[in-house]
Design a protein around this ligand. Sequence first.
Ligand code: DC
Length: 228
Amino acid sequence: MPRKINIAIDGHSSCGKGTLAKNLAKELDYQFIDSGAMYRAVTLYLMNEDIGLEEVEANPSVLNAIHIEFKLDPMRGFYNTHLNGENVEREIRGMAVSGRVSEVSAIGAVRSFLVAKQQEMGEEKGVVMDGRDIGTVVFPDAELKIFMTALPEVRAKRRYLELKEKGIEANLDEIYQNILQRDKFDSSREISPLMQAPDAIVLNNTEMTREEQTRIALTWAKGVILAG
Ligand code: DC
């Protein structure tokens, strides 16, 4: 049996980290973990329980009541995020949570709480995790680190077409501005800003298809697995 490794995928918003992470996990028969979904689940919990951010900062133990799991939906073949036993996959992707998650993920107590859980999930290896601080903070010893990026114009166009395909009205310039804003926020926040780990390989997929990017990353992963 080939050895198992952990793969950390970080990068800018809307550049296809989740798609690549899912595809790699499928090809390697590894566990895919969407760390952004965990920040979204904490945000939903705090909103539902009406707990303010000052309260979390003053008393981080309020977070101990949060249990997050990823459960496979056998009918559709993908994992749903469960918060305290309830499937919240749809809710965490909605506008209400999306509008609050940046401030929640900037709170130190929230980050330490989730980083500890993410590190536990990676203890046995065989994990592909995507996020903003996976190669720098969560798995600084990950055997393969990929830093993804693409031109913001291209990311905006992809997101626009994706929404249009789903029948959702969207404005390309608004999406573009939102992407620039999120890039700035993610890269400039005080705690664990989005940063490329020095030993990460950059994958700029501006001119790549999903299939091409998966093929390239899979070659890297197999190379690392065999080299070990
Ligand atoms: O990847 P996403 O858009 O679902 O992430 C949601 C938010 O969580 C986003 O504002 C960035 C933040 N996040 C983070 O701070 N650290 C991570 N490891 C993953 C996401």
